[in-house]
Design a protein around this ligand. Sequence first.
Ligand code: NCD
Ligand code: ZN
Length: 413
Amino acid sequence: MDWICGNLADYRGLLGSGCIGVEDGFIRSVRKAPGRGRVRDYTGTGYIVSPGLIDIHVHLRGLEYSYKETEETGGRAAAASGITLVIDMPNTLPRADNRETVRAKLEALSRAPVDHGLFAAIPRDPRRVEELLSEAIAGFKVYPEDLYERSGGVKGALSSGSLVVLHPELPEAGSAVAEDLVSREAHRNCGFEAAAVEVLAGMGGGRVHVTHASCRSTIIAAKKHGYTVDVTPHHLFYSTLTGAGCMYRVNPPLRPWHEPSWLVYMLLEGLVDAFASDHAPHALWEKSDPLYCSPGIPWLESWPWLVYRLVSVGALDLSEFLWLASRGPAVVAGLEDYGVIREGARGNILVYDPRAVWRFPGPAYSMARHYPSTMARMAGRPIEVLVGGETVFIGGEVIEGVRGVNPFTWRRP
Ligand code: NCD
Ligand code: ZN
């Protein structure tokens, strides 16, 4: 058995000093002193040993979008920031709404150094929902157009009992004529978000998660229906005042400053279930050519430590952070064996220095070169990251050769 010892913490808070014994990918023992085997001892260093972080909304691209990012480059970026499970989105080329593409994506994801899942896209033919249910998917992603163009498939996904993740905007929001970011936000406003939640709710009951809520009213709409909800680092930390270039163009758009303030307030009130980054890498030319100006902000290599600033300034408790960045997303995804330090849980572990203050120098692993967080001040820094008990990041570098698993092969969504 491999042991990792130190100051243990998870969503229940600081658990005291102890040792985690991992074997065959899972935690087999949690105790005061290590047993027989290899021991890595962080006792007395001031570091915290917590469950690995989880990001349930990323675009690792791959397939014909491999020029933007791949499952391997994005996976390494995740490992470098302490994220040990990512769930990938299906707006790939080709779209992951069929068995062949889903299998090709899962195959590519299996080469990532972190654990992974994949949401399937809603198929045009509702009868094909069934065929996707027999694949090891994490659930379905509903895009704005699906609400109108693939409503049969959306209803099928809802009634299947699998997790349905909603991009909460209506298609009309996308027809903005204004392209400068402030006017674009005024057109593509908060009203479309709450409305999309209502439209989905009108299509039937189900297990629904509302992703990247950018407005207070979206969270209220989601909670009214008993849905879970996540917020992104950009909607929390950036506003229309932060920046107006293509670098900051994203869907849903950045909001006027009062919305981020509301999101932080609602986060502290416990109304948010998870952080999710919506890591959306593009090629530099797509982000710098005003004719493209593709929407999306890349995050995988930096976001946990930007968000950790909320802990370092005392706004968010450590336990709340470890809920929102690890246990919460695990619960949303239906993965009971993640985000917690206990026997039987997956051996995904993050050792980090909670006192570190640094500036993110820009990505070393992600292919995206348009990180708005470059040179931003970060708080807390990963020291060692383990996936299934194997070290995947140490000494500031990602270790080659580690492969994650897809936990959705263990249990159907
Ligand atoms: C996403 C992307 O690039 O795939 N972009 C974005 O602005 N969020 C698309 C999406 O998640 O809707
Ligand atoms: Zn997205």
